[in-house]
Design a protein around this ligand. Structure first.
Ligand code: GAP
Length: 519
């Protein structure tokens, strides 16, 4: 990761901790690798993202309903889904450093470094030739670029083949042939590549009763598949219809770095859309567009998102794309849209012996529906919001240098909607401020603060992303108006107290935020 990007991620991590968004788990015991806790502001932000997702999927779509299935499932579920046999990552250990890596990631990082070299050559060429620079010609003729491109193509084609064939020996050979070193120590003394299953196991029931191996679910999707019949029958659902769910998932990630991007315990928001076979590509395109709109609606800028087509399809998919987001560490997967065919339902039919079919009255026949899935990580979405909304602004005034840190979180998602301050802690101002707090707290998450100067209180709320700060001052006692300061413009206006609920609602309304999707 380039230094600048690393610094940005470090800043976000420090900010998230300092302002009560995200803490390392069990921190007083030095933390637990890749497990995090959400603090007082983090949980509000997370709950608001869940509400945004849930309402956009379940409320805006007449034919989608939600469920909440258990984390523990019958062990045969994971045999049927393919996770017991195929939910693996290729693992490699360095014999000198004793560090463990994912072989695929080492190779991908190596290819990214070659790409960087090509970009550097282009930058050099541009500097040398100035206005006369012809990038396309340069890319096709410059000997250094051609050498890098050739190598990249070679590695890439060997890599794709090895991944598609699950050829661990070839992954090892690529690492050796190209001299790929341990990124931390430079050592090239590697073990063989082995498969590593990512599912956590535990025992069900006491050992005396006869222990039974169960798994912590690695995705929420299977809870939806096993409830397909229940929901279809009780909800009188007709294809095409969807089932949505938000819940925890667990993966024993080999390399878990980059904060809440890759965790061992995380939350997913998944929706399975059951369709008539043969129509899945239409729905795949539909959901791809809708989900992209959902992301862009947050207003961080279209350039932060891109679509990545999968080169290696998961064992269940016939088409798959990722919506990638420009995190501080570069473009990375935020959400997956997968056309899962009838793989899961057919497998569950086979393993459970139950018919998981839909009778289509228009076709006058039964079939196992095809499935298009949208699957987004909640924690990654929180990280995307924190990193896209984090700004350091120069607010120097009259020779005094000052920077403010502000989180320009979309108001509908902001953890605290308004903060109420008495200007001073006397002359009845706190009482009036508390009354305003009481008037607002049944509708919004509002904060009350009376410590420190008003300036410091503003800064604290900016750092949390609170859209409005409301100050009760001496004029309030005379005319029942307060000062309302806007987080983004820092402008202040006087507003009658009784207009506050409506004013805040207009700015933070989830309904309005959703209306922008309801096209
Ligand atoms: N049901 C399909 C499925 O689980 P996935 O691409 O493995 O697909 C979906 O996961 C999403 O879950 C990812 O796009 C990502 O946002 C999130 N996710 C996956 N592994 C994660 C991890 N270890 N930590 C945080 N989020 C993760």
């Amino acid at each position: 990761m380039a230094q600048q990007q690393e610094d940005k991620l470090k800043k976000i991590i420090a900010h998230a901790k300092e302002y009560g968004f995200i803490f390392p788990s069990s921190e007083i015991y030095d933390g637990l690798s890749a497990v995090y806790d959400y603090g007082q502001n983090g949980v509000e932000l997370k709950n608001n993202v869940k509400e945004y997702w849930w309402k956009s999927m379940v409320y805006l779509n007449e034919n989608i309903v939600g469920i909440d299935s258990a984390i523990f499932m019958h062990p045969r579920v994971w045999k049927a889904s393919g996770h017991v046999d195929a939910f693996n990552d290729p693992l490699i250990d360095n014999k000198d450093s004793k560090r463990r890596y994912r072989a695929d990631q080492l190779i991908e990082d190596y290819m990214a470094r070659i790409e960087e070299k090509i970009l550097k050559e282009v930058a050099k060429g541009r500097r040398k030739f100035g206005d006369d620079f012809d990038e396309e010609k340069f890319l096709n003729t410059n000997p250094n670029v051609l050498r890098h491109k050739k190598k990249l193509e070679e590695v890439h084609s060997r890599y794709v083949r090895a991944m598609n064939d699950n050829d661990l020996k070839e992954l090892y050979n690529i690492i050796i042939d190209y001299g790929i070193a341990d990124p931390e120590t430079g050592s090239k003394n590697w073990t063989e590549v082995r498969q590593f299953n990512l599912m956590f196991e535990t025992q069900f029931g006491s050992v005396a009763e006869g222990a039974n191996k169960v798994y912590l679910r690695p995705e929420t999707a299977q809870g939806i598949f096993v409830n397909f019949l229940n929901v279809m029958k009780t909800g009188r659902m007709r294809v095409p219809f969807g089932i949505a769910q938000i819940g925890k998932a667990f993966r024993n990630e080999i390399v878990a770095r980059q904060f809440v991007f890759r965790m061992r315990e995380f939350e997913q928001m998944e929706m399975q859309f059951f369709v008539r076979p043969g129509t899945e590509m239409e729905w795949f395109d539909y959901w791809k567009q809708f989900r992209l709109l959902w992301h862009k609606n947050m207003g961080f800028g279209e350039e932060l998102y891109r679509i990545h087509e999968h080169e290696k399809l998961a064992h269940y998919a016939n088409a798959a794309v990722d919506i990638e987001f420009r995190f501080p560490m570069g473009f990375k997967e935020l959400e997956g849209i997968h056309s899962r065919t009838d793989f899961d339902l057919s497998q569950h039919e086979k393993y459970s012996g139950k018919k998981l079919q839909y009778f289509d009255p228009e076709l006058d026949k039964s079939y196992v529906p095809y499935v298009v899935e949208t699957s987004i990580g909640l924690d990654r979405t929180v990280l995307a919001i924190l990193s896209a909304s984090y700004r350091e602004e120069d607010v120097s005034d009259k020779g005094q240098t000052e920077t403010r840190v502000v989180l320009s979180i979309p108001p509908a998602l902001a953890p605290v909607k308004a903060a109420i301050f008495p200007l001073v802690r006397r002359d009845n101002l706190p009482d009036v401020a508390r009354k305003i707090h009481k008037m607002l707290h049944t509708r919004f998450n509002v904060a009350y603060e009376e410590k420190d100067s008003i300036g410091k209180r503003y800064r604290r709320q900016d750092a949390i992303g609170t859209p409005y700060s409301i100050t009760v001052d001496y004029q309030t006692l005379e005319d029942n108006t307060v000062t309302v300061r806007d987080r983004d413009t820092m402008e202040q206006q006087r507003v009658p107290i009784d207009r506050l609920p409506q004013m805040i609602e207009e700015r933070v309304s989830m309904a309005k935020f959703l209306e922008q999707l309801d096209v």
